[in-house]
Design a protein around this ligand. Sequence first.
Ligand SMILES: Nc1ncnc2c1ncn2[C@@H]1O[C@H](COP(=O)(O)OP(=O)(O)OP(=O)(O)O)[C@@H](O)[C@H]1O
Length: 491
Amino acid sequence: MTASDGTIVSLENVAKHFGAVRALDGVDLRVDPGMCLGLVGHNGAGKSTLMNALAGILAPDRGVMKVHGHDLTDRYSVAVAGQNGIRCVFQELSLCPNLTVAENARIFHPSLTGWGWKRRAGDMIAGKLDEIFPGHGIQPDDIVGDLSIGKRQMVEIARAFTVTDASLHLVILDEPTSSLDAVTSKQLLDFVRVEVDQGLSCILISHMLGEVLDYCDRIVVMKDGLVVAARAGAEFNRDTLVAAMGNVVEMEEIEEHEAREWQRGKTPVAVEAKTDTGNDWAPFIAHKGEIVGLAGLAAHGQTRMLLKIYEAAMRGRKTATVSGPVALVAGDRQTDGIFHLWSISRNIGIRSLRGMVRRGLIDPVAEAAMGREWQDRIKIKTPDMNDNILSLSGGNQQKALFARALASDAEIILMDDPMRGVDVGTKLEVYDLIRDEAEKGRTFLWYTTEMDELYNCDHTYVFRDGAIVADLTRKELSEEKVLQSSFKESA
Ligand SMILES: Nc1ncnc2c1ncn2[C@@H]1O[C@H](COP(=O)(O)OP(=O)(O)OP(=O)(O)O)[C@@H](O)[C@H]1O
């Protein structure tokens, strides 16, 4: 059932307020069949709110929502979106962690009933995973909560593209590659392109501007709840896109990967560890003041190494040698990072409580002062730091986790893919902050799925199958070398 103009969805003048925050301030958006639409904007610009409205999760305060030309404003809901072939892959993944991969797939398909439904659901999701992510290594009977965040993201994406009886018209992908490595991200984006060429439509929300520029037919830029630019993808380049987002960063800054002066071994060892495999090409060593990268395909032992070091420092385990207090910026912020019931300020201050306790109680003035300082330093977008942490956009929650680690007394900071969902302007500021703190003697161990971020590191260990397979200096580092090491024996 398609209206005469062929549009899948059109939103007119859609607004949504959360108290004083105008998350959407009158947005128009239109998606046509066979279109990959890129949606970009700074953290808190309103992208996820707009997509939540489109997925039927949030009811707008005003505006018109039309699907296939029909005005559904008054009766729009998740069920109506689903019936009209609109699905969403959420930034904060929506899988049930206690169910298997197959059972999670079944949730989207009520028609999968009767004898053998589990096997059929398993075959369906396995087939889609094979199609999108060949070599994914996920089994239909895996419990979702046991999977790494990258694999969970893959399951959530594959599930969104499964089809049984109802047809699929539009898949909204909210930062789908944020936990995927370069190889898996490309598999997904190539798949999306094929689907779009066959008539499906996708909305791709991403802070990876290269992805949006390379894969989207049309790009819409949001700023402070408004659409500020909407043009054919080919009419943008990185400069004009960054400028449209309202970022004051210059392109040279983004591309500048100038190595800092660093002589390895001139400072004492801060961390020494080995993987469990016994196959390491080099021991894992970080010196005081060093920025050490952890690279390779996702879930090849990088997070395990960070947790091993964390446990050695926090619980006195002999799994690694650590010279001082550590703080961890968790990669899976919903599960391991934020305290969901607490305010933003308390979430930041929790790692520094010792310095804030007066007569056995947390000093609210000190806590608020720390919150305000970090709000200014890394621009956490909120009207009130006493608001609940969940009132922040995804990228702003991630900034709060950064602030927690940097505000603490930790001499060693472990970062597990810490820039998930952080916008381009903030990233550059955080990179500078990390450099400054390293100059002052802090040690950073930085696992990242973003190749470009490794250029901020003094040297980089590449992991494969749980072992260290290469140790690249800043000068030796290249995407090709990291990929080579990720697939071959050593580099
Ligand atoms: N449930 C909520 N309660 C209060 N404020 C909210 C809520 N959800 C979103 N907001 C606010 O609305 C604004 C837009 O948030 P949204 O999540 O849409 O941004 P975004 O563009 O998706 O950001 P990011 O790139 O960080 O994911 C932000 O200022 C955010 O703090």
